[in-house]
Ligand binder design. Structure first.
Ligand SMILES: C[S@@+](CC[C@H](N)C(=O)[O-])C[C@H]1O[C@@H](n2cnc3c(N)ncnc32)[C@H](O)[C@@H]1O
Length: 267
């Protein structure tokens, strides 16, 4: 069955494609509707900017569903909000960056799932001798500043975690350094470090801005920053806005991925 391509007219922004059981499941959470002919129609908040640009019967290469990566992803299951495709990007970019000098960092740790994948990727590749992996979070959920964030996320969200629980979960990785408390006040101890890889998954505009202000000049050229949530409509005015504003007068460009992530390679 061939795909029907999106209509050109802006007044009819539906995305129509053939039946796909996986999509049926997604429809329930993303507002897609199943038509009488078995097709799937997408009409999300801002359809011109936020729609999947692929015919559904053009199967994309999906290495994150292969057994070798499922074995890796399983290690963080239940402790991360990341789906397989995002986790795969993290893992592969880690593998790239471990050949480059500099520490690794993650801002926004929650229960430690994505941090585990990063630490595990480093450890598997024997890349922990001359570097630390710094993790930053309140470890008690979103700070009060969340209440002013355009995303609608509120103080205390992601509060079902603790520093000791994450320390226990990551205890097999002695090269992890915990920075417990409110960003940016916890960034000072790393002000003299240089970074090869920084993962930012803090959702909020102000926290993302604070991370960029602090880290960007200390990432060495060729190294990578990954932002977890720039590609979701709900974070357009928070994480994405912070990244766009920061890069507006810089040479680096945000590279958007289908996973919702955005990558910035330091020049
Ligand atoms: C989406 S969760 C991180 C999820 C995690 N990376 C995963 O999927 O495995 C976002 C985290 O950012 C943290 N956060 C946001 N703003 C912060 C700030 N100003 N200081 C410290 N932590 C912050 C929250 O506490 C929360 O744990």
């Amino acid at each position: 069955m061939s795909a029907q391509f999106p209509p050109a007219s802006k007044s009819a922004p539906e995305w129509v494609g053939p039946t796909n059981p996986d999509l049926t499941r997604q429809c329930r959470t993303s507002g897609r509707k199943r038509g009488t002919n078995g097709s799937v129609t997408t009409r999300v908040g801002k359809p011109q900017k936020y729609r999947l640009n692929a015919p559904y019967d053009f199967a994309p290469h999906s290495p994150w569903f292969e057994d070798w990566f499922q074995d890796i992803y399983t290690k963080s299951r239940g402790r991360t909000l990341m789906k397989e495709d995002s986790a795969y990007v993290i893992h592969q970019v880690c593998r790239h960056c471990l050949h480059l000098d500099g520490d690794f960092a993650e801002c926004g740790v929650y229960k430690g799932g994505s941090a585990f994948l990063i630490a595990w990727s480093l450890a598997q590749n024997g890349a922990t001798e001359r570097r630390w992996f710094h993790v930053f979070d309140t470890f008690q959920g979103m700070p009060p500043s969340a209440n002013a964030d355009p995303s609608g996320i509120k103080q205390g969200r992601f509060g079902d975690t603790s520093l000791s629980a994450v320390q226990e979960y990551l205890k097999e990785f002695p090269f992890v350094r915990f920075h417990h408390g409110y960003i940016p006040t916890t960034l000072d101890p790393v002000k003299d470090r240089r970074f090869a890889f920084v993962h930012i998954d803090v959702d909020l505009y102000q926290t993302t801005k604070d991370c960029l202000d602090s880290f960007c000049d200390r990432i060495v050229p060729g190294r990578v920053m990954i932002f977890d949530d720039c590609g979701w409509a709900v974070f357009t005015d928070s994480e994405k806005r912070a990244v766009d504003e920061f890069l507006a007068n810089k040479r680096e460009v945000p590279v958007s991925l289908r996973s919702g992530q955005c990558i910035v390679i330091k020049l």
